[in-house]
Design a protein around this ligand. Structure first.
Ligand SMILES: *[C@@H]1O[C@H](CO)[C@@H](O)[C@H](O)[C@H]1NC(C)=O
Ligand SMILES: *[C@@H]1O[C@H](CO)[C@@H](O)[C@H](O)[C@H]1NC(C)=O
Ligand SMILES: *[C@@H]1O[C@H](CO)[C@@H](O)[C@H](O)[C@H]1NC(C)=O
Ligand SMILES: *[C@@H]1O[C@H](CO)[C@@H](O)[C@H](O)[C@H]1NC(C)=O
Ligand SMILES: *[C@@H]1O[C@H](CO)[C@@H](O)[C@H](O)[C@H]1NC(C)=O
Ligand SMILES: *[C@@H]1O[C@H](CO)[C@@H](O)[C@H](O)[C@H]1NC(C)=O
Ligand SMILES: *[C@@H]1O[C@H](CO)[C@@H](O)[C@H](O)[C@H]1NC(C)=O
Length: 395
């Protein structure tokens, strides 16, 4: 039996697995180091998140000790992402990892509820050495992760796992059908395989940024309604290999990651989506879909879908955690493009750009509603989709 048949058997078993825990924790990504003007202090953010947004977990990008302290007076759990530029010093010298734990964790633990630490984000596209197939990228990241985990252990902290964050668009080969998705060569064996072994041995989770918007921008044949969780007749795509039916791009991307994980036998590892969102503004020439209305539709559809507890065809018990990207705008360039987009859900004065409710249930939201744009737009977009142009989607 070849590897491909083994993978298909593993995926078929996955779609039969039953479990009872279907709840996904929905949080928000917040960068306290963003340089946007007039941002509120972390203390203001911590109290506002609690009282207005009903958010119980936060993904802190580029955390500062002040921000971690601010959240230690709340009951909000924190996922910390350490910037990529610390990876090489953590790898070279365990004392720099230990120094980081002394500054960012020890003073606040366990009152600050740090749930996990991600060492780096999208290292594949950020570190030049990772792209050079002649060097082994794991010689940097894996020792750095090990030194960080070791530093936590030595200081008596055994409840905080270490991981690293990947980005879907940098590591996955194929969007459709999801069951054919694989991790890109050569990082699949050089980097992802040893990372998965580390995560497995250290009870950690697989972290990934999943932005349907970015795949939608690359693939004009994808109907916008499919990216926006719209429930429209015939707005689906069947994966002929697994028989799974996909009604939105997010599930398709999640299951692609699970299929790629199955190649290494890790299809059951807990998975956390560290970023997902939709831009509400940007310098995007043809971007009528970059607007607060579309961002609102995406996030309502996402939250309602996650709260439904249905999971994805290959992960029926759902994702462990999903973090909405992001709290405030920061001008950030999109990978491999010169686009600049604003993904924040709040203005700097902490009012919402559009209505969003993290406590919302599937019923309270109803199905997504793009009615304000008229249905003709969506029908136009669905037709080429039905005609099979979407059959092979290779990034
Ligand atoms: C803190 O949050 C946890 C889980 O989110 C919850 O079980 C617990 O009751 C909360 N504690 C307080 C004091 O609010
Ligand atoms: C590791 O870092 C510590 C403090 O940051 C320094 O004192 C020590 O010399 C470093 N060791 C090596 C081998 O670079
Ligand atoms: C798990 O973490 C421990 C502590 O840092 C480390 O010694 C071990 O090598 C890690 N496992 C893997 C597979 O790297
Ligand atoms: C991982 O979890 C298992 C089972 O809960 C436990 O026996 C093991 O010690 C844990 N390993 C680490 C490195 O925490
Ligand atoms: C929860 O997940 C199980 C499979 O793990 C699935 O059978 C069940 O339908 C899900 N519950 C809901 C409410 O969707
Ligand atoms: C981005 O802009 C630079 C300079 O204007 C140009 O050379 C490059 O081709 C552009 N990249 C893309 C992906 O458009
Ligand atoms: C907050 O800022 C936005 C954008 O600048 C503005 O439209 C809104 O009126 C402000 N709200 C309050 C309460 O100041």
């Amino acid at each position: 039996m070849n590897l491909f048949s083994l993978k298909i058997i593993a995926l078929s078993i996955l779609s039969l697995v039953t479990s009872t825990a279907n709840t996904t924790t929905i949080g928000v990504t917040y960068n306290p180091s963003a340089t946007t003007n007039n941002l509120p202090t972390p203390e203001q953010v911590a109290s506002t998140l609690l009282s207005h947004l009903h958010v119980s977990s936060v993904h802190l990008l580029n955390p500062t000790p002040a921000a971690i302290r601010a959240f230690s007076y709340s009951n909000i759990s924190l996922l910390l992402t350490i910037p990529n530029d610390l990876i090489s010093s953590f790898a070279a010298n365990i004392s720099s990892a230990t120094q980081w734990v002394y500054t960012y964790v020890l003073p606040f633990h366990p009152r600050a509820r740090i749930s996990l630490i991600s060492l780096g984000s999208d290292v594949v596209s950020s570190l030049p050495s990772m792209l050079d197939p002649t060097t082994d990228p794991s010689t940097l990241l894996i020792p750095a992760m090990r030194n960080l985990q070791q530093s936590l252990y030595v200081l008596g902290i055994r409840t905080i796992p270490v991981s690293t964050t990947f980005s879907y668009i940098s590591i996955i080969t194929t969007t459709f059908p999801p069951s054919s998705a694989e991790f890109q060569e050569p990082i699949n064996n050089l980097l992802i395989k040893p990372v998965l072994q580390f995560l497995d041995e250290n009870n950690s989770s697989f972290l990934i940024d999943i932005h349907p918007f970015n795949v939608y921008k690359l693939r004009s044949e994808i109907p916008v309604g499919f990216a926006l969780f719209q429930d429209i007749p015939y707005n689906f795509r069947d994966d002929a290999i697994t028989g799974a039916r996909y009604r939105n791009l997010f599930d398709m991307m999640v299951d692609g990651v699970i299929a790629a994980l199955a190649n290494f036998g890790h299809q059951n590892i807990p998975m956390i989506v560290t970023q997902t969102g939709w831009p509400s503004a940007g310098e995007d020439g043809d971007g009528s879909e970059v607007s607060p209305a579309f961002a609102q539709i995406y996030l309502k559809g996402l939250i309602s879908h996650l709260k439904s507890g249905l999971g994805t065809p290959l992960r029926k018990d759902g994702l462990a955690e999903v973090y909405v990207y992001e709290l405030f705008d920061e001008a950030s360039d999109v990978i491999n493009s010169n686009r600049t987009e604003m993904w924040g859900i709040l203005y700097p004065n902490m009012t919402k750009k559009f209505s969003i409710d993290f406590s919302g249930s599937a019923r309270a939201f109803g199905r997504g509603n793009l009615g304000i744009y008229g249905n003709s737009l969506l029908v136009d977009l669905v037709l080429p989709f039905l005609m099979g142009i979407f059959v092979s989607l290779t990034l």
